[in-house]
Design a protein around this ligand. Structure first.
Ligand SMILES: Cc1cc2nc3c(=O)[nH]c(=O)nc-3n(C[C@H](O)[C@H](O)[C@H](O)COP(=O)(O)O)c2cc1C
Length: 194
């Protein structure tokens, strides 16, 4: 399988970077090929500009698209699997990734008409401060899952999965490390079993 990873975190010091590394280790172990769009590292511009806004809001699929958007779309179109890896910030992805959807999910690629072939599988893997259980109780988990799987991925993927790795921040010392190790194992297995 060829996997394209869209990664959004500004730092290599955090847990989300370890999640990325574990996912890649799992891909390597299983012999999958992969590409990574590291949105902060490449300085991806998340702002939909006036010309892009005019193109999208008027459904002008024949209008040109910016080179950076075209490059993202080519990576997506070449993949069998997409993986989105990011931290939960205010019950959503970082603004940089939200802007990536604003700009990369263009008319004539993602919809109206959709020309990108549905990928076999899409994985949304996010880290969170709260536990998945707590986020389910508040309804935030369901809101994020719906936004990512039902709206943003929709029928652009044949199989979709939302994986939330939460709760380790409230722990300390060995307990925190043990929970993070379990999360990282889960991610490695997910990648290896694609
Ligand atoms: C700006 C900001 C907003 C956050 N909002 C949430 C939130 O809404 N829900 C949640 O569970 N955790 C939230 N967190 C906690 C992060 O999800 C958590 O710190 C992150 O997943 C840990 O990964 P990292 O070490 O790679 O940053 C937030 C953190 C930041 C910095």
């Amino acid at each position: 399988m060829n996997v394209h990873i869209v990664y959004a975190h500004p730092s290599t010091d955090g847990f989300t970077y370890q999640v990325l590394q574990s996912f890649i280790a799992g891909l390597d172990a299983a012999g999958h090929t992969y590409s990574v769009s590291d949105l902060y590292a490449k300085g991806f511009n998340p702002e939909l500009g006036p010309a892009e806004y005019a193109r999208e809001s008027n459904y002008r699929a024949d209008d040109p698209i910016p080179a950076d958007v075209a490059a993202e779309q080519q990576l997506l179109a070449a993949a069998d699997v997409w993986a989105f890896i990011y931290p939960v910030w205010w019950t959503d992805c970082p603004a940089k990734l939200k802007g990536w959807f604003d700009r990369v999910w263009t008319v004539g690629f993602a919809y109206a008409p959709q020309t990108v072939q549905p990928v076999r599988r899409a994985l949304v893997i996010c880290t969170a401060g709260h536990t998945a259980e707590h986020l389910r109780e508040t309804g935030c988990y369901q809101a994020m899952e719906t936004t990512m799987l039902v709206d943003r991925l929709h029928d652009r993927a044949q199989q979709k999965e939302f994986v939330l790795l939460g709760g380790s921040e409230a722990l300390e010392g060995e307990e925190r490390e043990a929970m993070r190790a379990r999360h990282l194992d889960r991610v490695r297995c997910l990648a290896a079993e694609l």
